[in-house]
Design a protein around this ligand. Structure first.
Ligand SMILES: *Cc1c(COP(=O)(O)O)cnc(C)c1O
Length: 358
């Protein structure tokens, strides 16, 4: 039986997508083979590659002056790719709102003058710091931030104003979950395994005027231009993961696209937040205005009860609710593919658990 899987990543995929993939596993559209077994230079894979790009362009409204690539290495490899691809002055500013943003900065620091311009570490990353143009230095190549902080459950509800300085943003845990004005960004990147598809493929969206600023030593495989010039087919791409991402985006399009998805996501998050706020038994540590609609950390009154909660929730078919090790407690990740029924089942379980353990 399927369980409600609240994993932070890799995470839940829609049953409809999984069933479709299953139905095509032995014979993809009359080819007599699965996408896993197919040459990435074949016509059917070329069609998958093209449609995946077309879908993300349509769903996100990506303007013409951006290129999109689907590559390997995850968001973590992009932490190193970013300073090497945007290396005019080898100088950039980072907004640090959690572990991932911190890791991105740590990697960049190896290559030049990269500093923290703002941070919410003073309050355990429980809020999003305000920034203005004055927060950033002159002569920098970019400003980097993380849109949705998967571990701490915060989200930027504003786009930092950097003037003419390109914004580079990690959208790993929020891509396609809400409407985004891509034209405000220089580079957007995301590992697929939260909202886009299975692990193994990473999407990078790069404005055309930012594609020639790579450092001379930038490895060929890290250079965005390499994959852009080859339509993501410079080397063997993560074919199967890209194909499942395509099916996920077909599903999202059928559902009404990102705007419709955003409404569903906001409603799902409200169900959980409203319940948490209505009781003293559970607490969410995040500043209300900065709450994520994808990752919702919460705690019961004690660590012992947290443990009991996790054990009983698992037995009830509500799985992978354990909070990240730096946070403790619980965390419900309710990405696009988590049905509203899953969130309702979680709230019902939380109510019962509270009554039994108050
Ligand atoms: C999961 C996650 C990452 C790490 O992604 P990988 O693909 O495993 O490298 C980075 N940033 C954010 C915001 C994430 O949620």
């Amino acid at each position: 039986m399927r369980k409600y899987n609240f994993s932070a990543g890799p995470s839940v995929l829609s049953v409809e997508v999984l069933e479709r993939v299953q139905s095509q596993l032995l014979d993809y559209e009359g080819t007599g083979m699965s996408v896993m077994e197919m040459s990435h230079r074949s016509k059917p894979y070329e069609a998958i590659n093209n449609e995946t790009e077309a879908l993300i362009r349509e769903l996100m409204g990506i303007p013409e002056n951006y290129d999109v690539i689907f590559i390997q290495g995850g968001a973590n490899l992009q932490f190193e790719a970013i300073p090497l691809n945007l290396a005019k002055n080898k100088k950039a500013d980072y907004i640090v709102t959690g572990n991932w943003a911190e890791k991105a900065l740590k990697e960049a620091k190896k290559f030049g003058d990269y500093v923290e311009a703002a941070s919410s570490a003073d309050k355990s990353y429980s809020y999003i710091p305000a920034t203005s143009r004055k927060s950033f230095r002159d002569g920098i190549d970019y400003v980097h931030y993380c849109h949705n902080n998967t571990i701490f459950g915060t989200k930027f509800n504003y786009v930092p104003d950097t003037g003419n300085v390109p914004l580079v943003c990690d959208f790993s845990s929020s891509i396609l979950s809400e409407v985004v004005d891509v034209s405000k960004y220089g580079v957007i990147y995301a590992g697929a395994q939260k909202n886009l598809g299975p692990a193994g493929v990473t999407v990078v969206i790069v404005r055309k005027d930012l594609q020639e600023q790579f450092a001379p030593l930038c490895p060929t495989m890290l250079k965005w231009k390499t994959q852009i010039d080859n339509k993501s087919l410079y080397n063997t791409p993560p074919c199967f993961a890209t194909y499942v991402a395509m099916e996920s985006m077909r599903w999202l399009k059928k559902l009404g696209g990102v705007k419709a998805m955003q409404k569903i996501n906001e409603d799902k998050a409200a169900l959980l937040y409203n319940f948490i706020d209505s009781t003293d038994f559970y607490t969410n540590p995040v500043n209300k205005a900065d709450r994520s609609i994808m990752n919702i950390p919460f705690k019961s009154p004690s660590e012992e009860l947290d443990e009991k909660f996790l054990k009983e929730a698992t037995a009830a078919g509500l799985v992978t609710l354990k909070g990240h090790k730096v946070q403790g407690g619980m965390r419900a990740s309710i990405y696009n593919a988590m049905p509203v029924e899953g969130v309702k089942a979680l709230v019902e379980f939380m109510k019962k658990f509270e009554l039994a353990n108050k």
